[in-house]
Design a protein around this ligand. Structure first.
Ligand code: ADP
Length: 488
């Protein structure tokens, strides 16, 4: 099946699970097929693993952890930096693999390779800064201190929309902290995960430190990871629904959890906004990855005075998007991930139109067929539209008009989610007021893209627990040990 994917470094194309430093088949010999979302062509037949292989991986990870937790920080640093360099050196192949299994345009995929690699580089450095604290003022006859220790084996479950970054953003801090990991990638994009593991192996990562369990039976692997008392932490990115399941399952062994869950991002355009800045920010936030990110603008709230001018510019800019296979030159919108995704987006659009919304652009599956959907703009979206409470995950922009700043903020906060929020304004007092009023883990002000290794990524309310990236990301993989030593 490799004939569909042209790679310079053939070692990056793996189809087996990765356990204890070896590529292995499922014990049952079962496989599942990974297809290209742009044309439905099968691209790989992948080992279909389950609880048994997961438990083997956990055992290997525990043995690796016992050694790795004692490794000097400089050793972790060099290994992570080698891994970083290999990811960068293989940027083109990793990008090609990603386009073929995930669908995003090549330029976005090449950008994601760098984005993913920078988390490895960043956490190689952050590993040097895992400091404890000594409180010398406590008593002349005692030493009061706290130190940080790796939590142990980490179970990691990741989605398909950023097949590399969602893994490096968790695995790199875990490894830097001294942990080992068992990763279950999405069944839709396991090839990128395998390529990362292959490069980690080539970087010299000790066996058992990183294990990858591919499966199309996510629940069986999720159950095994959460049931194991050896696994001390679950780090998950995906839907709020599955996040809640994993949190409940983790309760029995009181595991630590990091949950990066669904969003329902408002994008507020105030009358004071600069139109060009606004449109640029919105295009990036709304249409990146064909609208399939958890921080994509989900509800576009536009103040009444600027509404007409905004709509005009937004339509013109959206008409310039080019839909197609991500490997084709100039394509800016790839396919949706699969048929179900297309049907879901289509149903949302039809439901919203039937409730009185108006279609200003697109509104239908694209003539290219398969899983392509037209870039779509809907206006007059009523408050009881499904868009107001669900993630769209497609190239559809619903517009809601509002009159006052208070109304805009109230609509924006009227959701159980709180991952990302955006607003555009040139009024510095308004910027301060709105920034304070929005209940959201992350806020983009006059920008549509804020995710990078420097900033803490994460949500509030039902959008999750914990932060990834920044100096906080590594703390998710560290336990605190408080010691009081008396000299009396
Ligand atoms: P998305 O809508 O982004 O696919 P999901 O939450 O369905 O979000 O999937 C994210 C990840 O969670 C994927 O790797 C998927 O296989 C996995 N997953 C889905 N259901 C379960 C489950 N019951 N237990 C563990 N992992 C699961």
């Amino acid at each position: 099946m490799t004939k569909n994917i042209e790679l310079q470094n053939k070692s990056l194309f793996q189809t087996q699970g990765f356990i204890n430093g070896e590529w292995v088949d499922a014990q049952s010999k079962k496989t599942f097929i990974v297809t290209n979302p742009a044309n439905d062509v099968p691209i790989a037949e992948v080992a279909n693993m389950g609880a048994q292989e997961t438990n083997q991986a956990i055992e290997a990870a525990e043995i690796a952890f016992q050694q790795w937790k004692l490794s000097p920080i400089k050793e972790r640093y060099s290994l992570l930096m080698k891994w970083y360099q290999l990811i960068m050196d293989n940027q083109k192949d990793l990008a090609t693999l990603m386009v073929v299994e995930q669908g995003k345009p090549y330029a976005e995929a090449a950008g994601e390779v760098i984005y993913a690699a920078t988390f490895v580089q960043w956490f190689a450095e952050q590993g040097k800064r895992m400091n404890g604290v000594v409180k010398s003022a406590f008593s002349p006859n005692a030493e009061l201190k706290y130190t940080k220790e790796p939590v142990g084996v980490v179970g990691i479950v990741t989605p398909w929309n950023f097949p590399l970054t969602m893994i490096t953003r968790k695995v790199a801090p875990a490894i830097a902290a001294g942990c080992s990991v068992v990763v279950k990638p999405s069944e839709l994009t396991p090839l990128s995960a395998f390529a990362l593991a292959e490069l980690a192996q080539q970087a010299g990562m000790p066996k058992g430190l990183i294990n990858i369990i591919p499966t199309d039976d996510a629940a069986s692997v999720g159950n095994a990871l959460t049931a194991s008392a050896t696994v001390r932490k679950i780090s998950f990115t995906g839907s709020t629904r599955v996040g809640k399941i994993l949190m409940k399952q983790s309760a029995d062994t009181v595991k630590r959890t990091s949950m990066e869950l669904g969003g329902n991002a408002p994008f507020i355009v105030f009358d004071s906004a600069d139109i060009n800045t606004t449109i640029e920010a919105l295009m990036a936030s709304k249409f990146r990855n064909a609208g399939q990110t958890c921080v994509c603008a989900n509800r576009i709230l536009v103040q009444s005075k600027i509404y007409d001018e905004f709509v005009d510019s937004f339509i013109k800019k959206t008409q310039q998007l080019k839909v197609g296979n991500g490997l084709e030159e100039g394509v800016t919108i790839g396919p949706l991930i699969n048929k179900q995704a297309l049907e879901k987006v289509d149903t949302f659009v039809q439901n919203t139109l039937s409730k009185g919304a108006e279609c200003l652009l697109g509104g239908k599956p694209h003539e290219l067929g398969f899983t392509f959907f037209q870039p779509t703009i809907l206006s007059n979206v009523p408050q009881d539209s499904p868009y107001n409470c669900e993630e769209i995950f497609g190239p559809v922009a619903p517009l809601i008009k509002f009159d006052t700043e208070e109304q805009g903020i109230a609509i924006a906060n009227d959701t159980v989610h709180g991952l990302a929020a955006y607003f555009c304004s040139q009024d510095y007092r308004q910027i301060n007021r709105v920034n304070q009023a929005l209940r959201s883990g992350m806020i983009g002000i006059n920008t549509g893209i804020f995710s990078n290794e420097f900033g803490p990524f994460g949500g509030v309310k039902e959008s999750g627990i914990g932060r990834e990236g920044s100096e906080l990301g590594i703390e998710e993989y560290l336990d605190i040990k408080y010691s009081l030593l008396s000299f009396q």
